[in-house]
Design a binder for this molecule. Sequence first.
Ligand SMILES: Cc1cc2nc3c(=O)[nH]c(=O)nc-3n(C[C@H](O)[C@H](O)[C@H](O)COP(=O)(O)OP(=O)(O)OC[C@H]3O[C@@H](n4cnc5c(N)ncnc54)[C@H](O)[C@@H]3O)c2cc1C
Length: 378
Amino acid sequence: MTADVIVVGAGIVGAACADALSMRGLRVTLVEQDGVGGGATAAGMGHLVVMDDSAAELALSAYSIRLWNELVEAAPLRHEYSRCGTIWIAADEEEMAAARAKAETLAGHGLACELLGAAALYAHEPQLRAGLAGGLLVGGDALVYPPKSARILLDKALARGATLLCAEVAAIEDHGVLLADGGRLQAPHVVLAAGTRASALLPQLPIQPKKGHVAITDRYPGFVRHQLVELGYIKSAHAASGDSVAFNLQPRPTGQILIGSSRQFGSSDLAIDPAMMTRMLRHATGFTPALGKMNLLRCWTGLRAASPDGLPLIGPSALRHGLWLATGHEGLGITTSLATAQLLAAQICGERSAIPCQPYLPQRFEAQSALVMAAGHA
Ligand SMILES: Cc1cc2nc3c(=O)[nH]c(=O)nc-3n(C[C@H](O)[C@H](O)[C@H](O)COP(=O)(O)OP(=O)(O)OC[C@H]3O[C@@H](n4cnc5c(N)ncnc54)[C@H](O)[C@@H]3O)c2cc1C
């Protein structure tokens, strides 16, 4: 069948794009070289979280969480959805000031949140170590099991006539792709949703891998009830270089505790780094000491696709005719996948989008590289 759109990559972003595009009546062929949702989507923590490091990040994440609420409404259990909320933990008065500023920003956008003094913090989460200053509870944040959600989105697209091709894309061409077996697919539009591997297909893209470690325990139901994240996480998440760890604890609906997270630049090797894993676990037990007595079942790593400004690339690319990008979601791509798909589909179909597309357009980098090239020729 002839396709209107070829989507490269069936992670959460590609699956969401296939869903949004097929919903608009476009014929979609999705090309995936491995398992559906098996890349960063399987490695991530599945925390649906409003982030506010920039107005654009806040707009995208808040819009996407509204879309998630609509998506999971019919069958929350299928997504292993839990509206656990996030508690941002303030270790001291300086971080409490950051919590107050965050509360003001979120409340300014109509997002429900509650400042917690120390007593309220311990009432919510008694396992936290003594001596913390307080925190901020963001009640609309939630969690899902990302590979399952990717499969559900893909199945919705397949039910509308989309096709899934198990093949490796070797090159992106004008209005098409070259497959590793030498075959070619052509369509008016190609959506590149290949996560960190987007830059293997188009080395000009400003995407680099940021490696993360995660570990999961045996079942300890009720140990913590909210996703717990230290406010110091924001410094670590947005560092442009160096290795870091931050306390990020998630109560899975199974009763297991998911422990994150670390950030390392410049490595696309998925092997576990024992020193980094030890550092991350020590840091976590510093916040919840009883964690140190629990059985760890598994640990793994994944690669976040990081862009220079921390925002994803969503929109047309001048690198090929008919090419659209949906990559660079860093540590927020589960949250922002649904909004990404809607923004991209709106652009492809010439519709007005629910939030402005401009902050995420790839041309912000393509214009820079054109300037650098022009300077080089001057
Ligand atoms: C440790 C860790 C924790 C995270 N925690 C969270 C979190 O709590 N909340 C959150 O919102 N986000 C989180 N993230 C980020 C999130 O996981 C990613 O942003 C998101 O999964 C990106 O999805 P994607 O579809 O773009 O990429 P991927 O899931 O990597 O999918 C890309 C797909 O493209 C396929 N592909 C690549 N190249 C080709 C090719 N040449 N031919 C065919 N197929 C190809 C791959 O096989 C893969 O299936 C985390 C990430 C990590 C690593």
